[in-house]
Design a protein around this ligand. Structure first.
Ligand code: FAD
Length: 400
């Protein structure tokens, strides 16, 4: 009989895995189980906050994958029985020979007193694109000129390392045009972040960063970690004892693997899923592979680009294993554009490979890099065009 592969989560990693597994071996029966009818990409969702794009422009469905012969089931996965090799869902049970799990992330709300999934309905994290993105945008629109947008940045590791700083940039870009007396304050437990000097250079050029009247302020280090919240007044208290009131408050909490990874016993004490990176098979359960933000694939970041790269490697490995072959030696890539202003983007690229023993992922020496500091205006503008073109190509690669 043909092999059955059940893929859980139709996000960036799961959708890519479904497509590329079908391409690798069309004889495999592939069932993709996703709880939502549509997927909204987080990539470019900061542009919705800046006003340059609608949420609807980030929406994708599953008809493209269905056309390829993949069975897409809209249901919530409630458990995985790793012994019986069966996935339990709100729409029945699905037996598998191999299972690929890609549930994305969840939040450690408990790290901030009084923050919770319920409170996030009014004080959004907007770290999964959708309703909360729209809510945060409407709060920014309703904010008076002269107000303060406070963003609480998460500790490492978290989904999309540059995204909080791109978000700060997009909000500043909106303020500059519509609410020029307003401020963006980033409260950050970290002391550094990715592409920092490029972001800071962009903020200096566009938003007066470093001056007294800078539109963006970055308060960094452990004393600026937010420890509690007063929801009624949108006031946060930092570890250093400071109380800061916001007009619009965006709390991006510490993160962990998606809930299903925990209930399926796929996480370790870090709260993420350990895998053998040559195949992304869980080191805790045989025949279950974990990809995307939920898995530990350092030094690959938790990005959509990396999730797509992991999904392709995993799909090829699963096809090989189901056909009695050893997985081949794949390489990985990551690339990320950050939109700092309307005509101003910066980027980073990384190329990775399996280590000689096949047990780790390592950066390929002398590969990758970032866009240069002190670049000409046209270079920043070209990166904006590359960003949009990446988005269009990438979403085609994932969903069609
Ligand atoms: P997801 O895409 O979140 O997919 C998980 C899926 O699993 C979801 O569809 C969910 O509904 C489903 N699911 C979960 N549990 C269950 C269950 N029990 N049953 C059924 N379905 C379930 N990355 C980039 O590469 N470039 C960028 O420019 C970029 N910008 C970003 C900007 C922001 C603001 C944010 C927040 C992220 C950004 N990212 C970017 C990161 C990117 O969105 C994630 O890394 C990527 O989505 C990870 O893919 P995933 O498949 O692991 O998780």
């Amino acid at each position: 009989a043909n092999a059955n592969v059940v893929i859980i989560g139709g996000g960036t990693a799961g959708a890519t895995a479904a497509k590329y597994l079908k391409l690798a071996d069309p004889s495999i029966n592939i069932t993709l189980i996703e709880k939502n009818a549509h997927y909204y990409t987080c990539y470019m969702s900061n542009e919705v906050l800046g006003g340059g794009r609608t949420l609807d422009s980030l929406k994708f469905g599953y008809a493209g994958l269905e056309k390829r012969g993949i069975t897409v089931v809209q249901a919530e996965v409630t458990a995985i029985d790793a012994v019986a090799k069966s996935v339990q869902t709100t729409a029945g049970n699905f037996p598998y020979d191999r299972c690929i799990v890609a549930p994305g992330i969840d939040y450690r709300y408990e790290t901030i007193e009084n923050y919770s999934a319920d409170v996030a309905q009014q004080i959004p994290h907007a770290w999964k694109a959708g309703e909360q993105t729209t809510l945060l945008r409407s709060q920014l629109e309703a904010m008076p000129n002269g107000g303060t947008f406070v963003m609480v940045a998460p500790p490492n590791p978290y989904r999309c390392p540059p995204a909080p700083y791109e978000r700060a940039s997009q909000v500043a870009s909106y303020f500059k045009k519509h609410k020029p007396n307003s401020k963006v304050l980033i409260l950050d437990p970290k002391t550094s972040f990715t592409k920092q000097s490029l972001f800071e250079e962009g903020w200096m050029q566009l938003y007066g960063y470093g001056n007294n009247d800078s539109m963006i302020e970055w308060a960094s280090g452990g004393s600026n970690a937010v420890v509690s919240l007063d929801t009624a007044t949108k006031t946060v208290t930092t570890a250093g004892g400071e109380r800061i009131a916001a007009n619009v408050l965006n709390i991006i909490p510490a993160q962990k693997a998606g809930a299903l990874a925990f209930s399926a016993g796929l996480t370790d004490s870090s709260g993420w899923c350990p895998v053998a990176v040559a195949s992304f098979e869980s080191t805790l359960h045989d025949n279950i592979h974990v990809i995307g933000d939920a898995c530990i694939a350092n030094p690959l970041p938790k990005s959509g680009f990396a999730a797509n790269s992991e999904a392709k490697a995993c799909a090829l490995a699963v096809a090989a294993l189901l056909n009695g072959r050893e997985p081949g030696r794949t390489s990985f890539s990551n690339g990320c554009y950050s939109l700092v202003g309307d005509d101003y983007a910066i980027s980073v690229v990384g190329i990775y490979r399996l280590s000689a023993d096949g047990k780790m992922i390592e950066a390929v020496p002398n590969s990758g890099g970032t866009s240069p500091l002190a670049a000409a205006e046209e270079e920043r503008l070209i990166d904006v065009q590359y960003a949009y073109s990446w988005y269009n190509n990438f979403t085609q690669d994932v969903f069609f």
